[in-house]
Every structure is written in C-alpha cells, then in structure tokens.
Design a protein around this ligand. Sequence first.
Ligand code: SAH
Length: 250
Amino acid sequence: MNKIHFVGAGPGDKELITLKGYKHLSEADIVIYAGSLVNPELLEYCKEGCEIHDSAFMDLDQIINVMERGIKENKKVVRLQTGDFSIYGSIREQVEELHKLEIGYDCTPGVSSFLGAASALGVEYTVPEVSQSVVITRAEGRTPVPPKESLQSFAQHQTSMVIFLSVQMIGEVVAQLIEGGYPEDTDIAVVYKATWKDEKIIKGKLNDIESKVKENGINKTALIMVGKFLGSEYNNSKLYDKDFTHEYRP
Ligand code: SAH
C-alpha cells in the first residue's frame, strides 16, 4: 500500500538533502513542509503541479488530514521536516495518528542542524581526551523539560553540548551552564542559520556571549554550542597514531 514518506530536509543549504530524500521530493504529488525552518529553495526540486502545504500554519489534525486524503487518492505524499526528524521533529505524534488510521510510512534521514553547525565551524565534538560525548538538549521554555535533564545537571559533565531552541534565552542559558559547572571562560559559539546563505557565527566565552548575541540581534534559528571542544586543547587520536596497531594496520 501507498505510504507517507518522512524526509529530513537538512539544515538549510538545498544541496544537503540526501539523494534518497531528493528522489522522494522530486516525485511527490503532495508535500507538507515546515515553512518556518525548511529552506524554500528545496521546493524547486518538486515537479510541476505538486501540491504544497506549509505546516507552520497547520495543526496536527490538519496535517494528518492532508496525509490521509493523499493516501486515499493514491498520491505520493512527502512530509519534509527540517534537519533530521529524530531531533525535535514532532514525528512521534504524527506516526501515532498514522498508526490509528493504518497508514504506513517510511523515513529518510536528514543532516541535523547540529551537524551543519559543526561543519560551519569545522570542529569535532569528540576531541580525543577532551570530550567523548555530546549532549543534545534545550532550555526549558514554554515546553517543559524533565527536571533530571536541566542544563545545570548536564553542565556538571562539562562535555560538548549543543542547545537547540534556546537562543532567545541566552542569558538564562549561560547562567545555568555556569551554575552547573562550566568555568566562565569556557568557549561557546552561537551559529545562526547554519549552512544557509545568511549564516552567522558568533564566538565567545560564557561570560561575554550574551552581549555579542544581542548585538547581532539573534533570537531564533540558532544553536548554542558549548564546551572545551571549541578551545585550543586537543590530543591526537590513537587511530592514526603510527605506534598504535589495530586490525587494519598491524
Ligand atoms: N529537526 C531539526 C531541529 C528542529 S527544532 C534538526 O535536526 O536540526 C528547531 C531548532 O533547531 C531551531 O530553533 C534551532 O535551534 C535549530 N536549527 C534548525 N535549523 C538550524 C540551522 N540551520 N542553524 C542553526 N540552528 C538551527
């Protein structure tokens, strides 16, 4: 039976969709895309006459109704989501509704913005011996965050952290990170619209980033990246160490 195709659009640059995602998009009869964050240039890949809906103006019922109608009419329906749908993608609630309607779906991953932002900076989140973990999280705003996942609690680890959906509260975010354990001179970066043509990168320390972000008027579509991985300390990996032997290099 015909299925809904969830496709990750990537972080912005229209060439950062996967080949498989591109194929689905170019064959679609109906596309529901997240207009608030998906680069509209991606819609240039759609065929003539493709019916396009911007989910920014829709509620869950309306989205599901469009999907259901498409399936009934035997159309190819693509749900184009920003970055990858597994990160703050609200995919769960959509697929639960599809289950109820016995509509199948498949998923084509996308490049999440936290990867686009690392590329923009040319950095590695997992610098050997400096940080071997990445925390992906958000500050609590109108959307609640489980108490055990507060920024303060993650800050205790002082590992690499990427904070989504929170730049509008940069002052509170910084205060919570310092309260949790990051030293005030920890490196931090804010990447606005990573991989878009109007991308902006702001670098600083925990104690000066707030004013820099405000001076630049950044209050949405940005990631906050914090941790020693942004600093000057690094170590070489064992993998390429000439004295380190392994399966492929005895
Ligand atoms: N599923 C998306 C995230 C959706 S939540 C992904 O995988 O990237 C929306 C938040 O993602 C924004 O508020 C912002 O924090 C971040 N975001 C999305 N695209 C971005 C981009 N190109 N540059 C910086 N941040 C981005």
